[in-house]
Ligand binder design. Structure first.
Ligand SMILES: Cc1cc2nc3c(=O)[nH]c(=O)nc-3n(C[C@H](O)[C@H](O)[C@H](O)COP(=O)(O)OP(=O)(O)OC[C@H]3O[C@@H](n4cnc5c(N)ncnc54)[C@H](O)[C@@H]3O)c2cc1C
Length: 430
């Protein structure tokens, strides 16, 4: 892989997400050689993907070049590579650009969309985990309206304008809210010759409340906000099949739709070699101890979504969210330096800073240590926190300016079909 030989110990990090970047930053300028590998050359700020899908932000403003994050540090090396296999017996990883040895390996590969083994849903639905997927969704939403204009077949037109979002977590809620705002503020102006009042947005949730990770107050308020925006919420409803036209649920309800968005869960992005049953838990996450060490392998660590640290307070591991990922990254950085200077390791303790979700303009819900906010104030907190954690000064400025512009103009100007999504609409013909 052409990495210079160094007398310093080599830490290889797989994944430049929230966890991997936080760790690399912690190790920058220290006496270790850091090699960060990622299959993309950018960090993806996933919490704002839904704004890319719905034309509120350009994709470039939520991505940041990984090389730029640590370009000042001579001990840092980045390679654009996909890791295929980990060989813990020989301390080597195998990638699509060659093999690499390590002294310490950190798996920070995050998670991927979980279709719970349903191949038909996986094939026919839209996921939103990566920037290309968000762009596909943006194109599909816009293409559906262009198609709807061309047909006088009413059931087909309705199916094209019928959006079904599966999963009532923050992603599903935020997407449903954004689509509802588009329906209200943008579609009537963009498509005056289409009856956009017929646009339907369905949010389907398997459990008995949306935002199950938040307080019941937040769930109820979010539900109220969404209903006010015209979103139909289906609780205790599980989508079991989607053939590209008809989405079936366990009950009587079914939806004819050209767009089923799957936001119903994620599963660990395991790498071969560390994917055996002994070290993984439900949800395909790697079992780690209090120091993020993968069970049974002394020099391999896992952080972020892929890691499951079971503690008394978190018996199923920490939530698969940005905060635990960043905190684990920073903490492991300190611990790796302690290992190298032969000091005892410090156990990780999660500092819960709260959770939040936005539903739309002036509408958000925030749960923070003993405090709960809903509405306009919560929305400002949500915006501030997202701007703060976004990587890159330019990105912060661009996102901020976009938000101000969108707020004043009630607009989302990135509704562009730059890269068409090839959707087969033939099933909707008579
Ligand atoms: C749509 C969406 C909205 C979200 N909203 C929120 C939110 O509002 N608040 C919040 O706290 N969390 C949110 N999350 C969750 C949050 O984004 C994740 O918890 C966080 O990204 C986890 O960080 P990570 O570093 O573990 O993984 P990631 O950030 O996913 O990074 C993993 C990295 O590993 C790379 N990678 C994976 N496999 C390989 C391989 N084999 N070889 C090389 N590279 C590899 C990937 O390319 C990626 O860059 C959201 C997630 C999604 C998808």
């Amino acid at each position: 892989m052409n990495i210079p030989i160094s007398s310093d110990p080599r830490v290889v990090i797989i994944g430049g997400g929230f966890a991997g970047i936080s760790l690399a930053r912690e190790l920058s300028g220290t006496e270790v050689q850091v090699v960060l590998l990622d299959k993309h050359n950018y960090h993806n700020f996933q919490p704002l993907l839904y704004q890319v899908s719905t034309g509120g932000l350009e994709p470039d403003s939520i991505a940041y070049p990984i090389r730029k994050v640590l370009q000042e540090y001579p001990n840092f090396f980045f390679r654009l590579a996909e890791v295929a296999q980990i060989d813990t017996d020989n301390n080597i990883i195998h990638t699509n650009i060659g093999d690499l040895s390590y002294d310490y390996l950190v798996v920070a590969t995050g998670s991927k969309t979980n279709f719970f083994g349903n191949e038909r849903i996986a094939t026919n639905s839209m996921a939103m985990k990566t920037i290309p997927q968000a762009l596909n969704l943006r194109s599909l939403i816009l293409e559906n309206f262009e198609q709807a204009l061309l047909t006088d077949n009413l059931p087909k037109r309705d199916a094209l304008m019928n959006f079904v979002i599966v999963g009532g977590g923050p992603t599903g809620v935020e997407l449903a809210g954004a689509l509802a705002e588009i329906k209200k503020g943008i579609l009537p102006k963009d498509y005056p010759d289409l009856d956009t009042r017929r646009v339907q947005i369905h949010l389907v949730q398997g459990g008995d409340r949306i935002l199950p990770g938040m307080s019941t107050v937040a769930s109820e308020k979010a539900e109220m906000f969404l209903e006010k925006l015209g979103v139909e919420i289906w609780k205790n409803t599980r989508v079991t099949d989607y053939d590209g036209k008809l989405a079936k649920t366990k009950g009587e309800i079914h939806f004819e739709t050209a767009t089923l968005i799957w936001a119903a869960g994620v599963t660990g992005a395991l790498v071969a070699g560390l994917d055996n049953e002994k070290i993984t838990v439900r949800g395909s996450r790697l079992k780690v101890d209090a120091y993020n060490r993968v069970e049974g392998v002394a020099n391999v660590f896992a952080i972020g979504d892929i890691a499951c640290m079971q503690t008394e307070d978190y018996p199923h591991g920490h939530a698969m969210m940005a905060q635990p990922a960043m905190q684990q990254g920073r903490h492991l950085g300190k611990n790796l330096l302690r290992i190298i200077s032969q000091k005892p390791l410090l156990p990780f303790t999660y500092k819960d800073k709260g959770t939040m979700a936005t539903i739309g303009r002036n509408k958000a819900v925030v749960d923070m240590k003993g405090m709960r906010f809903q509405g306009v104030f919560a929305w400002f907190i949500w915006m501030f926190v997202h701007l703060y954690f976004l990587i890159g000064f330019r990105n912060r400025v661009v996102v901020f300016v976009n938000w101000v512009y969108n707020y004043i103009r009630f607009d989302r100007e990135a509704r562009l079909i730059i890269r068409p999504y090839k959707r087969d609409y033939s099933a909707f013909e008579d």
